[in-house]
Design a protein around this ligand. Structure first.
Ligand SMILES: NC(=O)c1ccc[n+]([C@@H]2O[C@H](COP(=O)([O-])OP(=O)(O)OC[C@H]3O[C@@H](n4cnc5c(N)ncnc54)[C@H](OP(=O)(O)O)[C@@H]3O)[C@@H](O)[C@H]2O)c1
Length: 227
């Protein structure tokens, strides 16, 4: 399945510890990012029209998706991808919804469950498949171009595996967790093909207080988008 690389722009934003972990040993991230990182996250959000967030991230971390620290910005619309089960309706993502409800992309066999749990809180779209290309095509079809993916690692993996990501924003926070087998920014079963062919360009590197903010651009994606 193909997609026109010029028809969208997709960025990932993640924060990791000095030893590359993106969750605490209890599977949650809370409290490891500073106020500067929260501002940076909101700034990146303010440049997106839609925000894809993984189901497990919503269940475990219960993030607030409204922009709080960048004045006069428009909230991107959250999109949740659910293949199985549901998300409890008490999550923050369903609170203080202004004019635009979050969107749920799901499969036919699970749509009734989702309607029952999330009626009036979300707009539901049933797709034939929930692979990254089908999802991107649906987002483009709804009229959105600037897409931000905020993890988690499984969702990042599925989009990166198809080489669909233009940019990665990465914050390094000053902690070492030490425990093996905690997820990193990308959590998949197989390595990416040709991962050692220098596909990513470092385009920005800033430090602020005790953290580093990095921005990498995907060379191949950039070339395909401008050709
Ligand atoms: N440090 C950071 O910046 C950061 C950012 C975000 C999250 N996190 C951490 O990441 C943890 C969760 O990450 P995670 O990797 O377990 O889960 P995730 O990426 O948040 O969600 C993955 C789930 O989404 C559903 N899904 C639907 N379509 C998918 C697709 N095409 N590809 C992959 N998944 C799809 C799957 O559930 P179904 O098949 O059941 O529908 C899958 O289990 C959180 O607990 C949070 O602490 C950290």
């Amino acid at each position: 399945m193909e997609i026109d690389r010029k028809s969208y722009h997709l960025s990932i934003n993640m924060a990791m510890t000095m030893d590359g972990k993106v969750t605490r040993p209890n599977g949650k991230w809370y409290g490891l990012s500073s106020q500067n990182d929260k501002f940076q996250m909101d700034f990146i959000r303010s440049q997106a029209e839609v925000l894809i967030i993984g189901k497990n991230s919503i269940i475990n971390d219960n993030p607030i998706t409204q922009i709080r620290y960048v004045k006069n910005s428009v909230n991107p619309i959250p999109i949740i991808l659910i293949r199985t089960g549901v998300i409890p309706n008490d999550r923050n993502i369903f609170k203080n919804i202004d004019d635009k409800k979050p969107l749920v992309f799901c499969l036919e066999n699970n749509s009734e469950n989702i309607k029952n749990e999330l009626t009036n809180l979300v707009d539901i779209y049933c797709l034939k498949e929930l692979n990254p290309i089908t999802v991107l095509k649906k987002i483009i079809n709804l009229g959105y171009y600037k897409i931000l993916l905020e993890g988690g690692p499984q969702l990042n993996y599925s989009f990166l595996k198809e080489n669909l990501v233009h940019k990665i924003h990465l914050t390094i926070v000053p902690f070492l967790i030490g425990k093996k087998d905690l997820p990193t920014i990308v959590d998949g079963n197989e390595n990416f093909l040709n991962f050692d062919t220098k596909q990513w360009n470092l385009v920005s590197c800033k430090s602020q207080e005790n953290e580093v903010f990095l921005e990498f651009e995907n060379k191949i994606q950039t070339q395909l988008s401008s050709s």
